[in-house]
Design a protein around this ligand. Structure first.
Ligand code: PHE
Length: 340
């Protein structure tokens, strides 16, 4: 998604991937050959991912697919990759069903089963919220899945669900839902959405006098959350994949390389994951000793203790990465890393 509604997702992931490919090629490539990165833009539009993936596989003959970021769009790509036996690694799609499509589908991020549980612990522990209202984007598989896993874990640990309401990603007026939420008087509001909708919702919540914390997951992470939402974002929280402040040697080296290539731009989590997805693929092709897709598939599946920029991780039997999660608090219109 290099253009359209979620353009920052695709742009960041792609910048990370391009940096990784450049580094790999500068170090001699893989199996004595240079890697070639082919890029398609689905414009954040439903249906376009399928067209792009079909073209990349049938016309361009790619060895593997890296992408998509958003779960709904990865779920368009996955059946095509599986059917054609072309390994696919999504950098950032967290909905559990994405990799369940088949044995050729992988991710280098955690799933929302894990993220939802972590957010439930955060709500009961850190926020001490006895009652949480939930506002879900029914157009997004990511939002629906994360809401579900959060609610399961939160209620299992004794939390009480307040009012539960829906919106459609791209809506502009959320006052009806927010007025109802205010009337329900929850201790906090769980909002598993994407940054552009989240920013508008937080602005309108402040206008309606809602003061309880609003919190969400990795879909919040974009510099645009702050440029749109400004001071209305302060006091809110989200979980995400990593922080550029986490200080591991791999992260420090990545941030340095990224800033150098992209005129001082500070990378976000998707840039880190886009980078790691390409590094995992290159490592697998090396270990496979071939670009034969079944061999590359087996090698990706065997990825263990990989030292990525996002952290150290292994892929489990479900082809999902097992790794840490970080919490960010928004203060003074800045993302502050609070805990891993
Ligand atoms: N996890 C989101 C999804 O599955 C995508 C995303 C990843 C958004 C990382 C922001 C940061 O749709």
């Amino acid at each position: 998604s290099l253009t359209g509604k979620e353009a920052t997702f695709g742009t960041s992931a792609h910048e990370g991937t391009a940096l990784a490919i450049e580094e790999i090629n500068a170090a001699g490539g893989v199996l004595g050959k240079q890697l070639e990165l082919l890029t398609e833009d689905n414009q954040t539009k439903a249906g376009e991912t399928a067209n792009a993936v079909n073209k990349l596989i049938s016309k361009d003959g790619v060895v593997a697919i890296l992408g998509e970021v958003a779960s709904s769009r990865s779920m368009e790509a996955a059946p095509i990759c599986q059917q054609n036996k072309i390994p696919m690694i999504t950098p950032a799609s967290t909905n559990p069903t994405v990799t369940q499509e088949g044995d050729y589908i992988f991710r280098v991020c955690f799933t929302d089963t894990f993220q939802g549980a972590a957010l439930a612990n955060f709500a009961t522990g850190t926020l001490n919220a006895k009652k949480v209202a939930v506002l879900t984007d029914v157009k997004s598989d990511y939002s629906k899945g994360l809401a579900k896993s959060f609610k399961e874990k939160y209620t299992a640990s004794g939390g009480k669900l307040g009012i539960e309401l829906d919106f459609n990603g791209g809506d502009k007026d959320f006052k009806g839902q927010l007025t109802a939420i205010k009337g329900d008087a929850p201790d906090a509001i769980f909002l598993p959405g994407y940054y552009n909708d989240v920013a508008l919702i937080c602005i309108q919540a402040k206008q309606l006098g809602i003061t309880v914390p609003i919190f969400g997951g990795d879909g919040w992470e974009s510099e645009s959350l702050l440029t749109i939402g400004k001071e209305s974002m302060n006091g809110n929280y989200f979980s995400t994949h990593c922080s550029v402040e986490q200080g591991t040697p791999e992260m420090v080296a990545f941030v340095e390389g990224y800033k150098k290539k992209y005129n001082g731009k500070v990378p976000d989590a998707m840039a880190v994951l886009g980078y790691d997805s390409a590094k995992v693929l290159a490592d697998a092709i090396k270990r496979a000793g071939s670009t034969d897709s079944a061999k590359v598939r087996d090698a990706i599946a065997a990825t263990k203790d990989f030292s990525g920029a996002s952290g150290k991780f292994s892929l489990n039997e479900n082809r999902d990465a097992v790794k840490a999660l970080v919490f960010i608090k928004i203060e003074n219109e800045k993302f502050n890393y609070t805990a891993t």
